[in-house]
Design a protein around this ligand. Sequence first.
Ligand SMILES: [Zn+2]
Ligand SMILES: [Zn+2]
Length: 414
Amino acid sequence: MAAGTSSEPRVIYKSKSISTSAFKNCKRLLHWGPALALFIIFLISFMSVTCTLMWWPVNTLGGLINLLVFMMWDALTLYNYFMAVFNGPGFVPYGWRPKNPDDEQQLQYCMECKGFKVPRSHHCRKCKRCVMKMDHHCPWINTCCGYLNHANFIYFLLFAPCGCIHGAFILIASSIHSLNLQYFRIYLHGESMVELSILSFVIVVFTIGLAVGVVVAVGMLFFIQFHGVLKNETGIETWIIEKAKTRERFESEGEFVFPYHLGWKKNLKLIFWPSGEISSNGIHWPVEESCHQFTLTAEQLKQKALKREHVVLVQIVEDYSGSWLPISKGCKVVYNTPCSDEVRIPVRIGDHIEVTRGKRHWLYGNKVSENRSPEESRVRGWFPRKCAERESDVEDQNQNPKDPTEDDNEKKKN
Ligand SMILES: [Zn+2]
Ligand SMILES: [Zn+2]
């Protein structure tokens, strides 16, 4: 499909201004992520402006420009932050189906949203929706980063460190002035006098640390995100591409080509000039000449089929409550808990789980329920490895019960 062509109505999903529905999204701010992010922005801004008014007063041209530039960083950071929150990533409508019924076979189906997943979309467990061009779920904006808010999110990642570098510079200069107040008062007869109480000085030092932390953490995220934008890859797609390159391929399949990499210039235009010639409506995406709309989805379906082939069926032999810190399962289990916010599922003796991946002390899988219809939500998540045994091992034990003395003998050996 040629770049920018689309058979779907564009206006439904495209809204780059704060609309009435965007204001409904205000409730996204009622979460620890946005509350903490806004507090950090407020603290750095407030302390920087207070200090700069003493350190470089605005009655000089330089002082005025310094303050205006800092406030510009502030305004750009806040504008893009709120746009990323209020616009949201763009969700695939519930029960969505392609116009051409033949296309349904080439798409993935989302049981939670009861609709087909459009190319590049993924279901977010936090948002409980399929997200268009999902990159990741960001707790700081309390929604996903995706099709509609990707540009604002990246601008935010750029302007926030710029403001923090400027703020840290003001705060460091002000604290040096306040420490050498007598020197500036007696020898330089300066008009700028930074007088800080002990408490204010401690808050300034704390704010400098916070600003440097934001520069490092957010700055790194900016480079990671920008690198992805240059290749038109989301975080999830990078993972899919890696698996596509390492999986065994049939000769007829040929080499894997990522369909959305159009060259860095077009990739940049697609995100930062969405109304230009290279554009998408969140459903149809411009693709490389040798590819089609479903190239990546086809690869995902093959990877999922391969994953199903490697599923290991286990039976639960020890109850687990779903706790994030299951102390009763031992220190190693607690210490090696997966570094992921994916859910932990409670399991009971006799449950059957299809394990798709695992770590040394934890397994991840889907609960198998005979009574569940395919339309019902799947229960999947992490549980401690020691609570489960392979189905085949359990069957062997039932058919050939172990000699009860065997365990004792083994223990003696140990
Ligand atoms: Zn979904
Ligand atoms: Zn999300």
